[in-house]
Design a protein around this ligand. Structure first.
Ligand code: NAP
Ligand code: MG
Length: 402
């Protein structure tokens, strides 16, 4: 049988540790037997990032701008211990942060759901996708402790030297103070990324802030979303039969719990940080969470939400067998291949990606799974497979359904 052709390359970013091992297995066992895989390869493994002074990460991000779609393996974000372990020249920044800064994107995270793993919230029968605004607010705050009587003020000085000044609080003694900011351009691209992704995936979009209390700061988010929706997206949403819905954050939390799922929940930076962990855990596990970075210019970068699974890697290096879950990494590949297929009008590639995903789900639902899922799954006849045998089992299922 002829392999599926890919006229335009995909930007492939290799990574570290256990996920690097899985990366190769997925390509060898699930993809290259069926697809004439056309990628522009960037090795984001820590050793090569160090050798190139992290230039490889910047080059990879620019390649995504050129070709439109990338797929990334999990990578180590070095800390002091890693600098020693890998004898690094520098404590390189998080590759995800670097790529996000270049593509200016929003990260969408969605759980991969199974009929045999019931979410903790029993009425959630469709996945909930979290879109987190990954810029500013408390993550870029300025704060200090106050330990005497005095006045705290908010001061803005323009280029001409004119001041705008407002009293925050008259302290009688000890306390704390914090300053935060965000910028219209970032909030606007966040809004557009959310509206585009909602149209792309034909799901309603929810957005919530605390604008009743934060009448300027949070209200600005609400206004920018409303204005962009009215002017640029309203008609397309109507045509697609989807809705944009704004509410207060506390109301949103209550509605999310009562919902059936099947929508995108856009969150301010802190809300997204907290809520994405809650959603992932309530749906099952981080190993079943996909993640895609969508830029306002229409570039896509797919990855797994989890890290490099270091503990399993050390065991693997000791020659021990591991049972590491490859599902989120497989879905990163299928997400990227499907998007490539959509952009290049290749129904074969789209069909391949869909069938591989179906094969993953059917394999697990039939009882064959990795160890992490065994405790969650309600299947009667569970068979725990090692890392490689699970991927081979997916291939066997794919062979039957293709
Ligand atoms: P992690 O790699 O996500 O793993 C944490 C634990 O979660 C694992 O030890 C394992 O638990 C479980 N787990 C995660 N993914 C799994 C999978 N696919 N299959 C089975 N179990 C899985 O997080 P970490 O240990 O905090 O971080 C390790 C490295 O990853 C760090 O160097 C960090 O910088 C990097 N990281 C990268 C990214 C990224 O590139 N996007 C994201 C996060 C972290 P058990 O050991 O109990 O089985
Ligand atoms: Mg967090």
């Amino acid at each position: 049988m002829d392999k599926i052709k890919m006229p335009v390359p995909l930007v492939e970013m290799d990574g570290d540790e256990m996920t690097r091992i899985i990366w190769k297995m997925i390509k060898d066992i699930l993809i290259t037997p069926y697809v004439e895989l056309n990628t522009e390869y960037y090795d984001l493994g820590l050793t090569h990032r160090d050798e190139t002074g992290d230039k490889v990460t910047v080059d990879a991000a620019n390649a995504i701008k050129k070709y439109g779609v990338g797929v990334k393996c999990a990578t180590i974000t070095p800390n002091a211990q890693r600098v020693e372990e890998y004898n690094l020249k520098s404590m390189w920044k998080s590759p995800n942060g670097t790529i996000r800064a270049i593509l200016d994107g929003t990260v969408f995270r969605a759980p991969i759901t199974l009929s045999t793993v019931k979410p903790v919230v029993s009425n959630w029968n469709k996945p909930i996708t979290i879109a987190r605004h990954a810029y500013g607010d408390v993550y870029k705050n300025t704060e200090f402790l106050v330990d005497e009587k005095g006045t705290a003020e908010l001061v803005f000085t323009n280029e001409a030297g004119q001041e705008k000044r407002q009293t925050i609080f008259n302290f009688e003694g000890g306390g704390i103070i914090q300053g935060q900011y965000n910028v219209d351009s970032s909030i606007s691209s966040f809004a557009r990324a959310c509206f585009n992704y909602a149209l792309d995936t034909k799901q309603d979009l929810w957005f919530a802030t605390k604008d009743t209390i934060s009448k300027k700061y949070d209200h600005r988010f609400k206004d920018i979303f409303a204005e962009i929706f009215e002017n640029e997206y309203k008609e397309a949403f109507e045509a697609a039969g989807i809705e944009y819905f704004y509410t207060l954050i506390d109301d949103a939390v209550a509605r999310v719990i009562r919902s059936e799922g099947g929508f995108i929940w856009a969150c301010k930076n802190y809300d997204g940080d907290v809520m994405s962990d809650m959603i992932a855990t309530a749906f099952g596990s981080l190993a079943m969470m996909t993640s895609v970075l969508v830029s306002p210019d229409g570039y896509y970068e797919y990855e797994a939400a989890h890290g490099t699974v270091t503990r399993h890697y050390y065991r693997h290096m000791e020659g021990e067998e591991t049972s590491t879950n490859s599902v989120a990494t497989i879905f990163a590949w299928t997400g990227a291949l499907r998007k490539r297929g959509e952009l290049d009008d290749s129904s074969e590639l789209i069909c391949f990606a869909n069938n591989i995903e179906r094969a993953v789900i059917e394999t697990i639902e039939s009882g064959k799974m990795t160890k992490d899922l065994a405790g969650l799954s309600a299947t009667a006849n569970k068979e725990i497979l090692n890392t490689e045998d699970f991927i081979k089992a997916v291939r066997d299922t794919y062979e039957k359904i293709k």
